[in-house]
Design a protein around this ligand. Structure first.
Ligand code: ADP
Ligand code: AMP
Length: 214
């Protein structure tokens, strides 16, 4: 099944994507993770993307569309995948529709994880991620047992450069500018499902699973 996770920065898309992967085995495709890896490696794509990401702005459609085009052709995507952070613009949504058609794939559901902005600054500034396995923590809501160390693999935890209050504000504005059109588009296709993201991660996952299980 092909799933799209919509929702503002910090809504819990990555957290839910990991739970979906664990239960249903669909791979998570996070354009943000792919771009951050490219920045770290210093590739040409990473160099192009870095300035936009540091400013909390969107990387160009061309770059992210190319990422997805290549990624969904890989073998592990043949039974479905989870798009986390893509599409973010109507141009990306439209290209995704073309790509799915070309590959004989059909969109399952668009899950919009909805969380009021007042919760999100704390979620984002407290987010920590494992450098090694990518598992996500929160210093207050889901801390690791040892400060700065991943419970799953012992890797070190890091804080994202763009998870500071100022950049977060820009990221919210960008999300607000783009998201209404995407929601209407997927509602029109009959694929849109609103999920309350304000409860604890397990309760959110119950709602997510109920949609996937139909
Ligand atoms: P996104 O991928 O949408 O940007 P994340 O899944 O990375 O968001 O979650 C942002 C932060 O909020 C992380 O630190 C995560 O541990 C925490 N978090 C995720 N879901 C919840 C929840 N339902 N309640 C409280 N904190 C959450
Ligand atoms: P995320 O990890 O989803 O919070 O994304 C982090 C940053 O990566 C965003 O603020 C953008 O700069 C960039 N990014 C990720 N996905 C996209 C996308 N689909 N379109 C444009 N930029 C993106």
């Amino acid at each position: 099944m092909i799933l799209i996770l919509l929702g503002p920065p910090g809504a819990g898309k990555g957290t839910q994507a990991k739970k979906i992967t664990e239960k249903y085995k669909f791979p998570q495709i996070s354009t943000g993770d792919i771009l951050r890896a490219a920045v770290k490696e210093g590739t040409e794509m990473g160099l192009k993307a870095k300035g936009y990401m540091d400013a909390g702005k969107l990387v160009t459609d061309e770059v992210v569309i190319e990422i997805i085009k290549d990624r969904i052709k890989e073998d592990d995507c043949s039974n479905g995948f989870i798009l986390d952070g893509f599409p973010r613009t109507m141009a990306q949504a439209s290209s995704l529709g073309d790509m799915l058609k070309e590959n004989g794939m059909e969109l399952g559901h668009v899950l919009d994880i909805s969380v009021d902005e007042s919760f999100l600054v704390e979620r984002l500034t407290g987010r920590r991620t494992c450098k090694n396995c990518g598992f996500g923590y929160h210093i207050r809501f889901s801390p690791s047992s040892t400060d700065g160390v991943c419970d799953k693999c012992g890797g070190g935890l890091f804080q994202r450069d763009d998870d500071n209050e100022e950049t977060v504000k820009n990221r919210f504005e960008v999300y607000k500018d783009q998201s209404d059109e995407l929601k209407s588009f997927y509602s029109g296709l009959g694929k849109y499902q609103l999920i309350d993201g304000t409860t604890d991660p397990e309760s959110v996952f119950k709602a997510v699973s109920a949609v996937i299980d139909g």
